[in-house]
Structures are given as structure tokens and as C-alpha cells.
Design a protein around this ligand. Structure first.
Ligand SMILES: [Zn+2]
Length: 270
């Protein structure tokens, strides 16, 4: 499912097509794709609004609108956004269609139906609880360690908590812990300062490399133009149970932690 690098890739892929365009109409094919306001208000408030900038916060896509509102979309498990002409047949599972002033359409497709759209005057009501951006200057080892605090939960589970740090999901949590040499079951509070620094550096490394590769297309994720992200070829351990660790050759182990599939090298990660 899309994590920070996939959302960043989606935003970057949409920017040229959407920047400066106005939304002239909204077709709602599945009402529950809209979190707020109620669908009729969502459609009428969006109509005529020009997109002045696009951005990302954690795993949320942000479309800033001229009137001051922000359209926020979370792709969740299988959401996808792409710009197409009306002549292109509507694919299966399209939930929302935003018609643009150049006649083209921004289509929100979502097979599993967990994705959500929000139209808000103040983005903080949706984004307010998110932790720091892991690629931002304020994400220091001290900040990470302070946020781990006295938490006794496994570090893997803590990394998935968007209030601790925003944008990391299952793939990049496993990859970052591998590069940091930290066992996923370690209690958050047990990380020493040097380990927090290694983890911070590993998080930034895996996210930066994945963005450069256009994200990881292991499952349904595709870029806005439908192409695959290339980072799967550089994945070290995620979903590689039984394969040799790229550092030491020990077979990668898979466990379930907090209900999530978790992969690690029992030799390199302590
Ligand atoms: Zn190893």
C-alpha cells in the first residue's frame, strides 16, 4: 500500500497536469469515498476552485485551492489518482471523478474502498495529530528518541504510528530497521542515542532511495501514469523470508508483529 515515497511520487506525477487548473465538476460514484463535508457540499464547494499548489503530509495528498480550502486525499490500501481524457474508458473501481477546466479528468480509483477525500478550510483538522516529516530538518535523532520515550511497544509497531513519525508503513519500517541493525521487537524505550541516530539515518535513506525510484510496486501501487515504481528491485528484506540476508547470508525471517507481517535478519538485527 502507498507509503510516503509512493504518495510523494503521486504528487510529483500529478503536478504538471493539475497546477493552475480549476475543478469544474465532481462525479461521485461511491459516496463513502468522501469523508467530509457531505457529498453534495463537497461537490458544490469544489466546483470552480483553482488548484494553486500540490503537496504531501505523511501519507496524505494535499491540493491547495484558491479559495483557501484544501482538498486532502488519503490513498490507504489501493487508492490511485491519474489524469485522463474523458475519451479513455472509465476503469473499474473509480470512486470519484474531478472534471478539470481543460476537459480532462482526475480519476480516483480504489478497489478496496478504504481511501478517503476531505475538503476542509483548515487542514489541521485532518493532519493535526501527525508526527514530524521524516525527511524534514526537524526530524533529529533527539526528536525520535523523545517520541519513543518510555514506550515499551516493539519499535516496528511504534514506527507505524503516524503520530510518532508521519509517512512510514510496513515496507519502509522493515527496511529501515534492517539498515539500522535494530531488531523489530526491541522496545522503543530501549534504543540508545547511537541507535536512534542510526535509525533516523536509515529511515531517511530508504525513503529517499524509494522516492528516487518512483516508489515500490509490490502490489497494486502504480504511478499516476500507470507505470510501476522501480524500488522493488532494491528492497533488501521485505517479503524475502527464506532468502539470504544481503549482508551476511543468514535466511531472512518473517514474524507477525502487531498483526503486521515483519521481516528481519536474525544475525544482523539485535
Ligand atoms: Zn544479516
Amino acid at each position: 500500500m502507498p507509503e510516503l515515497p509512493e504518495v510523494e511520487t503521486t504528487v510529483n506525477g500529478l503536478r504538471t497536469d493539475l497546477l493552475g487548473r480549476s475543478i469544474v465538476g465532481v462525479r461521485v460514484l461511491w459516496e463513502k469515498a468522501i469523508d467530509r463535508p457531505p457529498p453534495p457540499d463537497f461537490a458544490s464547494r469544489l466546483s470552480g476552485q483553482r488548484i494553486t499548489s500540490l503537496g504531501r503530509r505523511g501519507k496524505f495528498l494535499l491540493f491547495h485551492l484558491e479559495g483557501g480550502d484544501t482538498l486532502i486525499i488519503h490513498l490507504r490500501m489501493t487508492g490511485h489518482l491519474g489524469v485522463m481524457t474523458p475519451a479513455e474508458p472509465l476503469p473499474a473501481h473509480v470512486r470519484l471523478v474531478f472534471t478539470l477546466d481543460d476537459g480532462r479528468e482526475l480519476r480516483f480509483r480504489d478497489m478496496r474502498k478504504f481511501g478517503r477525500a476531505y475538503l476542509v478550510a483548515d487542514a489541521r483538522e485532518v493532519l493535526g495529530n501527525l508526527g514530524p516529516e521524516p525527511l524534514g530538518d526537524d526530524f533529529t535523532a533527539e526528536v525520535l528518541r523523545a517520541r519513543l520515550g518510555k514506550r515499551g511497544a516493539p519499535i516496528k509497531s511504534i514506527l507505524l504510528d503516524q503520530r510518532v513519525v508521519a509517512g512510514i508503513g510496513n515496507i519502509y519500517a522493515d527496511e529501515a530497521l534492517f539498515y539500522a541493525g535494530i531488531h523489530p521487537k526491541r522496545p522503543g524505550r530501549s534504543l540508545a542515542a547511537a541507535e536512534a541516530e542510526r535509525l533516523r539515518a536509515a529511515i531517511r535513506r530508504v525513503l529517499t532511495e524509494a522516492i528516487a525510484d518512483g516508489g515500490t510496486s509490490l502490489d497494486s501501487y502504480r504511478r499516476p501514469d500507470g507505470s510501476r515504481g522501480q524500488h522493488a528491485e532494491r528492497i533488501a528484506i521485505f517479503r524475502k523470508a527464506g532468502s539470504p540476508c544481503p549482508h551476511c547470508g543468514t535466511p531472512i525471517v518473517r514474524i507477525v508483529l502487531g498483526g503486521r507481517s515483519t521481516h528481519f535478519c536474525p544475525h544482523c538485527q539485535t
